[in-house]
Design a protein around this ligand. Structure first.
Ligand code: Y12
Ligand code: CO
Length: 171
């Protein structure tokens, strides 16, 4: 089932998400729904709060070298914790909750992620480049943070003006 995505400035996006403790059928169905929602909207990452569920769950599906997103490459990540972040990288980010806006954001270049999968099993992965960027972007959602909060004062002001105008034109 495709779920509605909450968009900025909805206040729910500011919520701090709660730890996942039940790794049951309900969670599995929810993760499946997140996946079809993300793919239908051409996303590569989605956090549960973006579909109005404040739990510490996120999914990622990084395109392969040909730009294809294969379901086998999906990462379902619960209760993530970042270890050993290193380096810095500027990358142009976008967010399904901030439609139509993209901006260069500085993030760690590489990290080690500890998390639980849909069965509650403890896992870890090494991430670099786009995967590392997307992980940091999605974990920020779990903390109630959006990438636009990392913009400079002037860039943020410009964004607010442009975004409001675009929202008005949509109506
Ligand atoms: C770099 C860093 C972080 C990420 C996080 C995940 N973001 C996305 O997956 C964004 C997807 C996105 C897709 C859009 O296209 C459609 O909705 C069809 C889009 O355009 C509009 O909303 C108009 C914006 C963002 C990704 C990359
Ligand atoms: Co986002």
């Amino acid at each position: 089932m495709i779920l509605p995505i909450i968009t900025y400035p909805d206040k729910q996006l500011k919520l701090k998400s709660k730890e996942v403790t039940l790794f049951d059928e309900k969670l599995h169905t929810f993760l499946d729904d997140m996946y079809v929602t993300m793919i239908e909207r051409n996303g590569i990452g989605l956090a549960a709060i973006q579909v109005a569920n404040p739990i510490r769950a996120l999914i990622l599906c990084i395109p392969d070298d040909d730009g294809n997103q294969n379901k086998e490459n999906i990462l379902e990540i619960m209760n993530p914790v970042i270890h050993n972040p290193q380096g810095n990288l500027l990358y142009q980010e976008g967010c399904l909750s901030v439609p139509g806006f993209y901006e260069d954001i500085e993030r760690y270049e590489s990290l080690v992620l500890h998390y639980q999968n849909r069965f509650g099993e403890h896992c870890s992965l090494n991430a670099t480049e786009l995967l590392a960027i997307a992980i940091q972007h999605e974990i920020d959602h779990l903390e109630g943070k959006l990438f636009i909060e990392k913009l400079s004062y002037h860039r943020r002001k410009k964004f607010e003006k442009e975004y409001k105008k675009a929202q008005k034109e949509k109506k």
